[in-house]
Design a protein around this ligand. Structure first.
Ligand SMILES: Nc1ccn([C@@H]2O[C@H](COP(=O)(O)OP(=O)(O)OP(=O)(O)O)[C@@H](O)[C@H]2O)c(=O)n1
Ligand SMILES: C[C@](O)(CO)[C@H](O)COP(=O)(O)O
Length: 235
């Protein structure tokens, strides 16, 4: 799955505050099956043979990282204390921080710290589908529900056709140089693909599944727990 000229690296933005979780701790450190949530995320990425190294972007003032033992991951895991004001800023700061250790044509897989249920097959499908792609792409799932647009009174203004609509997930995989250029000129993007699209390019959609959920609201923590427990039961 590798080419001789380019390697794959992961960047994990983990400098958010998790305001929608309404918890005292940043959500990436909340306990999930007895471990910090982010540990599940990093373990999944560090276990992927196709990924050379995992860089985790933490906020400059992170008080939690050093309270945990990360030695089992060895030098496959590198913390960078350079998070920014937005997710896009954190990713861009991370890319700048690793510039000397990566080449322009290496692949970068950006994955939210807040998606702890990443499975080996998610990473394998993404890399297999995109390794020879000119643009890169993202994991995503087709929208399954009927979509409604609201009016100002919370009544249905319209039913929006869902054909061709997908929900973006992570990892999002792009060439180092292209991603850096895209994020340097991007404004208010919530994912890497949006920055690439703004350059006139069209990222590929690689089908994932809903188990790779983002922990955003308190209920999601319970869903993530259930997913991981049942996946472990199957192993
Ligand atoms: N300035 C920021 C904001 C977000 N993130 C990271 O981006 C990922 C996805 O963002 P989201 O789920 O929105 O996390 P938060 O910004 O922490 O949550 P909220 O929007 O509820 O505050 C998370 O892993 C989060 O830590 C980041 O690295 N730097
Ligand atoms: C990148 C992302 O996970 C795709 O679904 C998502 O956009 C990031 O979350 P945010 O809440 O928009 O920061």
């Amino acid at each position: 799955m590798r080419t001789q000229t380019s390697r794959c690296f992961a960047i994990v933005p983990a400098a958010g505050s998790g305001s929608r979780m309404k918890s005292e701790q940043p959500k990436q450190y909340l306990s999930l099956l007895g471990q910090p949530l982010i540990r599940h995320t990093l373990a999944a990425l560090c276990a992927a043979p196709v990924i050379d190294r995992v860089y985790v972007v933490l906020s400059v003032g992170d008080q939690e990282w050093d309270k945990h033992d990360w030695r089992p991951f060895g030098d496959r895991l590198v913390p960078l204390f350079c998070g920014g004001a937005s997710r896009a800023d954190s990713v861009l700061n991370g890319l700048r921080a690793i510039a000397d250790d990566t080449s322009e044509y290496d692949w970068i897989l950006v994955h939210d710290a807040a998606r702890p249920c990443l499975a080996p097959w998610h990473v394998e499908s993404l890399v297999r589908e995109l390794l020879h792609d000119e643009v890169g792409g993202i994991l995503a799932v087709p929208v399954a529900d009927t979509l409604k647009r609201e009016d100002s009174t919370h009544r249905v203004a319209a039913t929006v056709p869902r054909e061709g609509l997908w929900q973006a997930q992570t990892p999002q995989m792009f060439r180092n140089v292209m991603l850096k250029r895209a994020l340097e000129s991007a404004r208010n993007v919530t994912d890497e693909a949006s920055a690439i699209e703004a350059m006139g390019l069209r990222p590929r959609l690689v089908r994932g599944d809903p188990t790779n959920l983002k922990v955003t609201f308190p209920l999601d923590l319970h869903l993530a727990e259930w997913i991981l427990q049942h996946r472990e039961d199957k192993a």
